[in-house]
Design a protein around this ligand. Structure first.
Ligand code: HEM
Length: 407
């Protein structure tokens, strides 16, 4: 039997948790670092050491089909096809092969092209904001649309047309399907969108096989590695994976990051004064606040962790905020300091599944924050009373960023 919880009433089920998650996580980390959440049958992992170990622990998997409450999408649906064939949840040898092929496609020339696409997209969304005043929702107008547009451009969706607008809508709806807490109607819309997005990429791959261009789908079509090559199905699964992994994540980093910067005007001024601080600032921003999200792992056998018995099929949620505010690794962890040592950042994972888009994510965020410094006047601030939060189970993230651009 799992040991009973040391903490009652459960701290994650209190209002205090949503008001100040870092404080509650600090208490749980001290008193019950591997914590069973009643009602959800989920383990919350809050110490940096344990989070780091579980990224690569052979007792757990990232394949959600190992979850005791997994409910498979309907047979014949695209969601089912993705769940059963995703290269990111494939056995280690297939997974490693896919990563090798993608790395081979990321030539210095391709990376340079992507960086200039990122800069162009960020500038397109930043330009109109330089003339605005009053309250502007920087989530709607800046941090939400950019990552989807970037992935579309990189993939090969023609810029600035109807295709791009449609792609953005499809990406947004498709990614919502990742949440397990959706109405039947939302789930259907998400699955239909993912199906349409996959069809779009399939057609694009067909065109690029005949006539390659300067984009990721052409690179993937052309990439050979030791006589190995990606099939069209694999390319579709790859791009679907990039949309799923690389859009909401970057939006959360950008939205929470702007809020953090606006709440620390001294650090913002420091950054404004010395652009060389940007790479470290991006990592510190991600450490300090990425919402209160956790990365899931599923136990594939019974095992012991810090004196608790984890049962096969149970879910473990690796808390980024818990790990990033662990004083054993980050001294004075509640202080936001863009010059601190951020080498032990956990936000991009660790081991064989380490984020494939880490460079793109850092570039995107650096460009976003750099552009924001150009349109945020001194005195700009988030109108906290108007902020909307999205909550699911014990997680929360910003769903708007109303910002007063006082000029
Ligand atoms: C701030 C933004 C981002 C964060 C915080 C983030 C975080 C992560 C984390 C924690 C993992 C490991 C998942 C695991 O171990 O189960 C991961 C994997 C991955 N990320 Fe990112 N990511 C970000 C942006 C991106 C972007 C922009 C892309 C690409 C366009 C991307 C593509 C991927 C892919 C494909 C994987 C799966 C790798 C694998 O399983 O081998 N990510 N990311």
């Amino acid at each position: 039997m799992a040991a009973p919880n040391a903490l009652a009433p459960d701290p994650f089920l209190t209002d205090e948790y949503f008001e100040n998650p870092a404080a509650v996580l600090a208490r749980v980390r001290d008193e019950d670092p591997v914590h069973l959440l009643p009602g959800f049958n989920a383990w919350i992992i809050t110490r940096w050491d344990d989070v780091r170990r579980l990224f690569t622990d052979p007792n757990v998997t990232n394949d959600r089909r190992a979850y005791e409450h997994y409910s498979a999408p309907p047979e014949g649906s695209v969601a089912r096809w993705i769940a059963e064939n995703s290269p990111f949840a494939a056995p280690p040898d297939q997974h490693a092969r896919m990563r090798r092929l993608v790395s081979a496609a990321l030539t210095p020339r391709a990376v340079k092209r992507m960086e200039s696409q990122v800069r162009a997209v960020v500038e397109e969304f930043a330009r109109p904001l330089r003339d605005r005043d009053g309250v502007v929702d920087l989530y709607d107008e800046f941090t939400e649309p950019i990552p989807n547009t970037v992935i579309g451009r990189i993939t090969g969706v023609p810029p600035k047309g109807d295709d791009e607008l449609h792609w953005r809508q499809l990406g947004r709806d498709a990614v919502r399907g990742i949440s397990p807490f959706l109405s039947a109607e939302e789930r259907k819309r998400s699955e239909d969108s993912m199906a349409e997005l996959c069809e779009y990429v399939r057609a694009l791959a067909g065109e690029r096989r005949k006539q390659p261009q300067e984009d990721l789908v052409s690179d993937l079509v052309l990439t050979h590695d030791e006589n190995d090559q990606m099939s069209t199905d694999e390319i579709v699964l790859m791009v679907a994976g990039l949309v799923a992994a690389g859009t909401e994540t970057t939006t959360i980093g950008g939205t929470h990051g702007l809020r953090t910067l606006l709440a620390h005007p001294d650090q913002m001024e420091l950054l404004r004064g010395d652009g060389r601080l940007m790479p470290n600032a991006v990592d510190e921003i991600l450490r300090f606040d990425f919402g209160s999200l956790g990365l899931p792992r599923y136990a594939i056998r019974d095992f012991e962790l810090c004196g608790k018995t984890i049962r096969k099929g149970q879910i473990l949620l690796l808390s980024f905020l818990g790990a990033h505010r662990d004083p054993a690794v980050f001294p004075d962890p509640d202080r936001f300091d863009i010059r601190r040592d951020t080498r032990d950042l956990a936000i991009f994972g660790h081991g064989p599944h380490y984020c494939l888009g880490v460079n793109l994510a850092r570039t995107e965020l650096a460009c976003m924050f750099d552009a924001a410094l150009s349109f945020l006047p001194p005195g700009a601030h988030v109108v906290e009373e108007q902020v909307r939060w999205e909550r699911f189970a014990i997680f929360s993230r910003l769903a708007s960023l109303p910002t007063a651009l006082a000029r």
